[in-house]
Design a protein around this ligand. Structure first.
Ligand SMILES: Nc1ncnc2c1ncn2[C@@H]1O[C@H](COP(=O)(O)OP(=O)(O)OP(=O)(O)O)[C@@H](O)[C@H]1O
Ligand SMILES: [Mg+2]
Length: 387
C-alpha cells in the first residue's frame, strides 16, 4: 500500500484540488484508493468531491473512542474510491495529541487499499509533518509566488528536522545536545541544518548514522501549481537548489499545473474538474501527475527514483506544451467565432486591471518589508534560511 501525503507550507495553493482529483484519476486507473481529509480545522475536501451530509469523520474518530474507524471510511460516487471526511467543526482537533495521532496513523496504515491520499493542512507544524512523513515521497505543492516557494522550502526543512528529532532517542547524547541548542528558539530557526547534524554527529555518531540512513531515502516530490506563463516554471529550480544546498536533499519534480478558470466553474457545479471536464488542460495535468505516480514503484524503500535533472526538464517541457495548447484553444475559439475579438479585448482589459491592482499591493508589501528591515528586523543571510 502506498501513502501519498500532500502538504504545502502556504495555504490555498491547491493541495485539496490536487488530492481530490488525483484520487479520482488513480481510482479510475483501477487502484483501490482511499482519500482522507487531514486538514484539521479546515476540512473542505467533501465540498470538492461533492459529498453531502458529512457528519462523522476523523475529528469524531479521534475524540470519541466509541466510533469505529471503519464507520468513517465511506463509499463515494466513484468506483474504487473511498473517502474519510475531516469534520472540521470539532474544535481542538487542530491540537491532536500524540496518542490520538499514533492511533490515526496506525489505522491509515492498516487500510485495505492500494493507495491512500492524504490532504494535509497548511503549515509546517509537527502534526502536519508527522503525517507527511508517513511516506518517503510525499508531495509538496507550491505556486510560483515567492511566499509560497519559501513556505514549500520550510515544509521540506521542517520535515527533515522532524525526522531528525524523531530519530533521536530520549536521554541520548544527541538528545541532550539538541535540547541545549533548541533552548534558544530564535537561533534554531536560523540554524543551517547540515551544521546542526554535523554537531550532533560529533556528540552521538550512532544516532546520526540512523538519521542519515532515514533521510537518504527521503525524496519529496514537487507540484508547481497555478502557472500563468511557461517562465513561471523556472521558479522551481531555485527551490530545488535551496533544498539541495541548504538541506542536502534532492527534490523530484512531479509536474506543473496551469491556472485554469474552469476550476471555478467546476467548483460551482460540485463536480471535480477531472469529472467535469476530463480534457481540460488542468485535468490533463493531473492525469500526467497520476501517470508518474503509477510509474514509480510503490515500495517505500525502493530507490528507483526518476532522475532529478530529467524530472525538472520534463516539467519545463510540460509548461511549454500546455501553454501552447492553451493558446491554440483561444485561437480556435477566435477562428470559429465562439469568441469574438471584442470578448478577447475585454478579457485582456480586465486582466490588466487585475495586474495593476496586484502591482500596487506588491509595492505596498515591498514598502512594508523595507520599513521592517530598517527597524532592525533580521531577515537572515540566505534567501531561504530563516523565517
Ligand atoms: N490550477 C488552478 N486553477 C484555478 N484555480 C485553482 C487551481 N488550483 C487551485 N485553485 C483554486 O484555488 C483555491 C485554493 O485551492 P485549494 O483549496 O485546493 O488549496 P489548499 O492548498 O488545499 O488550501 P488550504 O491550505 O486552505 O487547504 C481554490 O478555490 C481552488 O479552486
Ligand atoms: Mg485544502
Amino acid at each position: 500500500m502506498q501513502i501519498i501525503p500532500i502538504a504545502s507550507g502556504k495555504g490555498g495553493v491547491g493541495k485539496s484540488l490536487l488530492a481530490a482529483n488525483l484520487a479520482i484519476v488513480l481510482a479510475r486507473a483501477g487502484r483501490r484508493v482511499v482519500l482522507a481529509d487531514l486538514d484539521f480545522g479546515g476540512a473542505n475536501l467533501h465540498l470538492i468531491l461533492g459529498v453531502r451530509g458529512v457528519t462523522v469523520g476523523v475529528g469524531a474518530f479521534v475524540t470519541n473512542p466509541q466510533i469505529e474507524f471503519a464507520s468513517i471510511v465511506r463509499d463515494t460516487d466513484y468506483e474504487n474510491l473511498r473517502f474519510i471526511p475531516g469534520d472540521g467543526e470539532i474544535p481542538g482537533i487542530a491540537n491532536l495529541g500524540s496518542g490520538q495521532k499514533r492511533k490515526l496513523q496506525r489505522r491509515l496504515r492498516g487500510l485495505d487499499a492500494d493507495i491512500v491520499v492524504l490532504d494535509l493542512g497548511a503549515g509546517t507544524s509537527f502534526n502536519v509533518m508527522d503525517f507527511f512523513l508517513l511516506s518517503r515521497r510525499g508531495i509538496v505543492v507550491t505556486t510560483p509566488t515567492p511566499t509560497a516557494l519559501v513556505n514549500a522550502y520550510l515544509c521540506v526543512k521542517n520535515a527533515l528536522y522532524r525526522l531528525l528529532t524523531t530519530t533521536i532517542k530520549r536521554g541520548s547524547a544527541a538528545d541532550k545536545l539538541l535540547k541545549e541548542m533548541t533552548r534558544d528558539t530564535e537561533r534554531i530557526q536560523r540554524i543551517y541544518l547540515p551544521d546542526l547534524v554535523a554537531r550532533l554527529e560529533a556528540a552521538d555518531p550512532d544516532t546520526i548514522a540512523r538519521y542519515r540512513e532515514a533521510s537518504a531515502t527521503l525524496r519529496p516530490r514537487l507540484v508547481l501549481n497555478m502557472l500563468d506563463d511557461p517562465k513561471d516554471a523556472e521558479r522551481a529550480t531555485r527551490l530545488r537548489r535551496s533544498c539541495s544546498s541548504y538541506l542536502g536533499l534532492d527534490l523530484e519534480h512531479l509536474g506543473i499545473i496551469y491556472r485554469d478558470e474552469l476550476q471555478d466553474v467546476s467548483l460551482g457545479s460540485h463536480l471535480p474538474i477531472v469529472v467535469y471536464k476530463p480534457d481540460a488542460v488542468l485535468s490533463q495535468a493531473i492525469e500526467r501527475i497520476a501517470d508518474k505516480i503509477l510509474e514509480t514503484p510503490a515500495d517505500e524503500d525502493s530507490r528507483e527514483w526518476m532522475d532529478v535533472e530529467t524530472s525538472f526538464a520534463t516539467a519545463s517541457a510540460e509548461a511549454e506544451s500546455d501553454f501552447q495548447i492553451k493558446s491554440d484553444y483561444v485561437n480556435e475559439l477566435l477562428r470559429t467565432g465562439a469568441l469574438s475579438h471584442g470578448d478577447l479585448l475585454e478579457t485582456v482589459k480586465s486582466q490588466q486591471i487585475e495586474i495593476n491592482q496586484l502591482r500596487r499591493q506588491n509595492d505596498l508589501l515591498k514598502a512594508k518589508i523595507v520599513k521592517a528591515a530598517r527597524m532592525g528586523y533580521d531577515v537572515g543571510s540566505g534567501p531561504w534560511r530563516s523565517r
